[in-house]
Ligand binder design. Structure first.
Ligand code: SF4
Ligand code: SF4
Ligand code: SF4
Length: 331
C-alpha cells in the first residue's frame, strides 16, 4: 500500500529541495517540488497580468508548473481526494477508494476539478495506465482570450485563475478551451459560474505545494519552475528511452502549457488531443470572436459588464447591511 503524505510544510517559507536527497528538511520530496525560493520567485515576477488582453502576451517565462509522470501513477485517486478537500467541495457519491469509477470515462466538472481515468497499456494489458486530468494552465490561455469580461487571469506564477463573481454564463471559455476543461456549475440558474482547477493558487502564493502534488504517494506529480520541469522530463526520457515515449506533452501544444506530462504510451491512447497547433489559440479565438456578428460579441460583453457591476453592487450592499446589523447588535 502506498502511504499518503498530505502534511503541509511546517513553516510558511518556500519548500526547499536538495539535489542529494529526495527528501528535504520539510519532508517534501524533490519529485514533488523541484525549485526552491518559490516566494522570492513569485515576488520577482511582479503583479498579475490580465491574459488575453492583447496579442503580445507570451505567458510568464519564469513561471511555475506541474509535471505528471504517467509511468509513476498508481491510480490511488489520492490527488482527487486532496483536491476535493482543498477546494471545499462536496463529497462525491462514490468514495475515493471505489475503483468502479474506472469503468467510466470521467472528466473534470463542477463536482470534481480533477479526475483520474484508467487505460489499458497495449504493450502490457496486465499493467493499466492512469491519467490524471485537470486544467493545463496554458501559457496563452484561449479561455482568457475568449472571455468577453476578462474573468480569467494568467498569473505570473503560472496558474490560470478566474473570478467566478464576474462570470455571467456565456460559456465562450468552454468552447474556446482546446482541452474541454472549464466545468459549468448549473446548481443555480441565477448564479452561473465556471469551475476549474486553479493550480491551488492560494497555496502556491503561500509557498505551499498544490494539494494534489502534496498528496501523491507515488511521486507522479512534481511542482516546480516550468523550465526545470522541462529539464527533468527530458532527462527522464533520455535516461529511460525504453520506458518513455519521446514526447513531453504541453511543451509546445497550443504554445505550451504550465502542466506537462510524460508517458510510456502514446498520448493519443490516453485521450489527449494530438492534432493541436503549436501556435497559441489566442489569435484563433480572437479571430473567431471578431468574425461572429456583433450581437454575439458586443452584447454579451455589455451584458457581462452590467451583470458584473450589479453583482459587485449587490455584494457591497450586503456588506453594508451586515455591517449595520453588526453595529446595531453591539449597541
Ligand atoms: S486548459 Fe483550457 S481552461 Fe485551462 S488554461 Fe488552457 S484554455 Fe484555459
Ligand atoms: S492543483 Fe489544486 S485545484 Fe488543481 S487539480 Fe491539483 S489540487 Fe486540484
Ligand atoms: S497522480 Fe498520484 S495521487 Fe493521483 S492517482 Fe496517480 S498516484 Fe495517486
Amino acid at each position: 500500500m502506498y502511504k499518503r503524505n498530505n502534511k503541509p510544510p511546517d513553516d510558511n517559507a518556500a519548500p526547499k529541495a536538495t539535489k542529494e536527497s529526495p527528501k528535504n528538511s520539510g519532508g517534501l520530496s524533490r519529485r514533488k517540488f523541484l525549485s526552491a525560493s518559490l516566494l522570492a520567485g513569485c515576488a520577482a515576477l511582479g503583479v498579475a497580468k490580465q491574459a488575453g488582453a492583447g496579442n503580445e502576451f507570451k505567458g510568464w517565462p519564469k513561471s511555475y508548473g506541474m509535471l505528471t509522470d504517467f509511468t509513476a501513477c498508481v491510480g490511488c485517486r489520492g490527488c482527487e481526494e486532496a483536491c476535493n478537500k482543498a477546494n471545499g467541495m462536496p463529497q462525491p457519491e462514490k468514495s475515493f477508494d471505489d475503483e468502479s469509477v474506472f469503468k467510466e470515462d470521467r472528466w473534470p466538472s463542477a463536482a470534481a476539478l480533477t479526475v483520474v481515468n484508467r487505460f489499458e497499456d497495449p504493450k502490457d494489458p496486465s499493467r493499466p495506465v492512469y491519467r490524471k486530468i485537470q486544467c493545463n494552465h496554458c501559457l496563452e490561455p484561449a479561455c482568457a482570450s475568449a472571455c468577453p469580461i476578462h474573468a480569467y487571469t494568467k498569473t505570473p506564477e503560472g496558474a490560470v485563475i478566474y473570478d467566478a463573481d464576474l462570470c455571467f454564463g456565456c460559456r465562450y471559455c468552454v468552447i474556446a478551451c482546446p482541452f474541454n476543461i472549464p466545468g459549468y456549475d448549473y446548481a443555480s440558474a441565477f448564479e452561473p459560474k465556471i469551475v476549474k482547477c486553479i493550480m491551488c493558487y492560494g497555496k502556491i502564493k503561500k509557498g505551499e505545494l498544490p494539494a494534489c502534488a502534496d498528496a501523491c504517494p507515488a511521486g507522479a506529480i512534481t511542482f516546480g519552475k516550468r523550465e526545470d520541469l522541462l529539464k527533468l522530463a527530458r532527462q527522464k526520457i533520455m535516461d529511460n528511452p525504453e520506458k518513455y515515449i519521446d514526447h513531453i506533452y504541453g511543451e509546445r501544444e497550443v504554445g505550451g502549457t504550465s502542466w506537462l506530462y510524460i508517458s510510456g504510451v502514446p498520448f493519443e491512447q490516453l485521450g489527449f488531443p494530438t492534432d493541436l497547433p503549436k501556435k497559441p489559440l489566442v489569435e484563433l479565438t480572437e479571430g473567431y470572436l471578431s468574425s461572429v456578428p456583433v450581437i454575439f460579441t458586443t452584447f454579451p460583453a455589455i451584458f457581462g459588464l452590467v451583470y458584473g457591476a450589479m453583482k459587485h453592487r449587490d455584494k457591497a450592499e450586503q456588506k453594508e447591511k451586515d455591517h449595520d446589523h453588526h453595529t446595531e447588535g453591539k449597541q
